[in-house]
Design a protein. Structure first.
Lengths: 167, 121
């Protein structure tokens, strides 16, 4: 079965990502700066069932609206937009190249790592500058692998059990 | 669609290995310890000498640093959360206590022989 409309899908995935992103920002996790990244389910779904260009639209809408709703617009957007774009691009290439052998679980884990690395680079350039924050990076990237696997697994379930995942 | 596949697990193991590598490599590098004070864009080396240093006199931040043996900690600071004080002693290679409001940090770096990457930051 086919889900009827491309535009409807973009809207659906964006809404999905925005709502999850906003809701998730209300639940602080024990370690500062860590969140589950559930919003990436929307981006992953878009990657798997839309073209790359349509995914970019989802990424833009998600980053900007989550920034607006979750407070501190400038820092949020500055941190999340470039890193989500890079992560989406890497995941797109990964899915294109190895999609036949892999599932969203590893794509999402890879995306999580790319995302956190980008955020550290941006932090280093614009916000904290000369402090040696890179020494925290390995711990954050380990955490992001596991949260990425979780979101990837959820994406698998959605793709498998609903019709929105079909091309 | 099948999930997670064997390739998935392989990729995840590689990712975990890549992220673990810096942590493990850090612990091996037992060289000569050096104490650095990072303030804003600048970096000062401080000799290990037991006692306390009032950073207000020399560097213009309201903090007091205590040094004992080959470790150091902040014992006084005017920042709101006092995270740098709660961090406690800094004594391992690469470890640091950071005070973001004052843009100040104290870090121990280890120097391997003939390796100058500790200074080039």
């Amino acid at each position: 079965m086919r889900y009827p409309d491309k535009i409807a899908k973009i809207g659906l995935f964006s809404a999905f990502a925005i709502i999850l992103g906003v809701v998730e920002s209300f639940f602080p996790l024990p370690v500062p700066g860590v969140k589950l990244g559930l919003a990436n389910i929307g981006v992953l779904l878009a990657l798997y069932s839309l073209t790359f260009f349509d995914t970019l639209i989802v990424v833009f809408l998600k980053s900007i609206f989550v920034g607006i709703f979750a407070g501190n617009v400038v820092i949020k957007v500055l941190l999340s937009l470039p890193s989500t774009l890079t992560a989406a691009f890497v995941m797109f290439l990964y899915i294109k190249l190895t999609g036949r052998f892999t599932s969203p679980v590893s794509a999402s884990a890879l995306g999580g790592v790319v995302h956190i690395v980008c955020q550290f680079i941006i932090l280093k350039i614009f916000i904290i500058k000369n402090l040696a924050i890179y020494s925290f990076l390995p711990y954050f990237s380990l955490i992001s692998i596991f949260t990425g696997m979780l979101t990837g697994y959820l994406t698998c379930l959605i793709l498998k059990h609903t019709i929105i995942g079909t091309k | 669609m099948k999930y997670p596949t064997k390739t998935d697990l392989l990729v995840i193991v590689i990712l975990i290995a890549v992220s673990l590598y810096p942590i493990l490599a850090q612990n091996d590098s037992a060289g000569k310890k050096k104490l650095f004070l990072l303030i804003g864009q600048k970096q000062y080396e401080i000799p290990f000498k037991d006692g306390t240093i009032d950073l207000n006199n020399k560097y213009d931040v309201n903090m007091i640093l205590q040094i004992e043996g080959e470790k150091a900690r902040f014992i006084e600071s005017d920042c709101p959360n006092k995270l740098c004080i709660k961090y406690g002693w800094v004594n391992n290679c690469g470890e640091m206590a950071v005070c973001v409001p004052n843009k100040t940090a104290v870090q121990i770096k280890c120097e391997k022989d003939g390796n100058i990457d500790a200074i080039s930051r």
